[in-house]
Design a protein around this ligand. Structure first.
Ligand code: AQP
Length: 353
């Protein structure tokens, strides 16, 4: 493997309705990281997906669809490692060890669990509760240094850092004894959250995140939406009666306007300020027209390529198998080292009798 300074890991859940927020907040940035010449691993996190019940037949299709979205967006499976989590056992093995490092008090503070479990917390799966520990294992199995994610994952990444630090402290003596140096075994991962679309909001309610599980399909632009549907959803997007301001300061207290300007800026690879320099003073009807044109221009080729790729599941499965083998080659030595550090006796090769 070539030597890279940065090791990038990130994942997307195959839970259906992949949307513009997933694309702008995560997948588009995965491509940018790949083009920065880092070693990148992009994972379809199917083990995370089943923390909420998934129909098995649909899940298989969704895993292939997220893989197709990665490739269609520009992730090159020869340069980056593209795979699904359940094919690499290191994720589950390391998660168990981290379950014994993380504290219940830490998990009790996780807002995503509170949101997803809702009022019926007693009935939520243990997996949903332990979700952030598995996420720490995903990242640290590769000792990843950088993790591009949307803003909603900030708290989980802080927990990953806490787990890495506690492991390094709890096992400091053993880490040194096994020759891993004073800086500890696991890196303290850098979250990469930012850009104009770190948190894309619902098109129906500027106070809610654009989300796969929103009951209203009009709340999001799906990566599978065709041109007509994109146009219809943008035109119907909630706005306020005032024209666009000329400066970003004027977006304060106007969440829907802020959201549409942020989406435009991310699609055009520019800033809110630059968008407002062009459209300040415009009515929403005119701005929405420009946004439709831009969204269709950027998303249609991805949509078409996803269709082409999903028509050939054999090719997608081959990409995933190749990615899993390459991911395993990085994770397995890390897991061996972790087992030595915590004091397990690893299986030795039996000599022939
Ligand atoms: N609205 C968003 N804006 C920016 N980034 C977002 N991400 C998700 N929603 C937005 C980022 O997309 C990546 C993959 O997310 P995920 O599939 O692992 O999980 P999620 O955050 O649960 O996705 P949803 O759409 O929000 O689903 P539900 O409805 O289940 O809650 C992550 O990097 C995430 O930050």
């Amino acid at each position: 493997m070539a030597a890279f300074n940065e090791l990038v890991f990130s994942g997307v859940q195959p839970t259906g309705n992949l949307h513009l927020g997933n694309y702008l907040g995560a997948i588009k940035r995965f491509v940018e990281m790949q083009n920065r010449d880092a070693q990148c691993l992009y994972c379809v996190v199917d083990m995370h997906a089943i923390t909420l019940w998934q129909d098995p037949q649909a899940l298989r299709g969704q895993i292939r669809e997220v893989t197709a979205a990665f490739l269609a967006a520009g992730i090159d499976p020869r340069r980056s490692i593209v795979f699904n989590q359940s094919q690499v056992p290191a994720h589950a093995e390391l998660a168990w060890i981290f379950n014994c490092v993380a504290r219940i008090g830490w998990l009790n503070r996780m807002t995503q669990f509170k949101d997803k479990a809702g009022k019926d917390r007693e009935n939520a799966s243990v997996g949903l509760y332990a979700y952030p520990v598995l996420m720490a294992a995903d990242i640290l199995a590769y000792r990843a240094t950088h993790v591009p994610v949307g803003e909603d994952q900030k708290q989980h990444l802080e927990l990953t850092r806490d787990i890495a630090q506690k492991f390094n402290t709890d096992f400091a003596g053993s880490i040194m004894a096994h020759g891993h140096g004073e800086d500890g075994f696991f890196p303290v991962t850098e979250p990469l959250i930012g850009g104009p679309a770190a948190r894309v909001m619902s098109l129906r309610d500027g106070a809610k995140k654009m989300s796969k599980s929103d009951a209203s399909d009009n709340s999001r632009i799906n990566l599978t939406d065709d041109q007509d549907l994109i146009a219809q959803k943008v035109r119907k997007a909630k706005t306020d009666p005032d024209p666009l301001p000329s400066e970003a300061e004027g977006l304060k207290g106007r969440p829907e306007a802020d959201n549409l300007v942020g989406i435009y800026a991310a699609l055009a690879e520019t800033t809110r300020e630059a968008v407002l320099a062009q459209y300040g003073g415009a009515q929403f009807s005119a701005f929405k027209g420009a946004l439709v044109d831009l969204a269709v221009e950027k998303l249609s080729p991805i949509n078409a390529e996803m269709k082409r790729l999903t028509a050939d599941p054999g090719h997608i499965d081959a990409v995933l198998a190749d990615g899993a083998a390459r991911a395993e080659a990085i994770a397995a030595p890390t897991l061996d080292a972790v087992k030595d550090i915590v004091g397990f006796v690893r299986r030795t090769r039996l000599s022939p009798v």
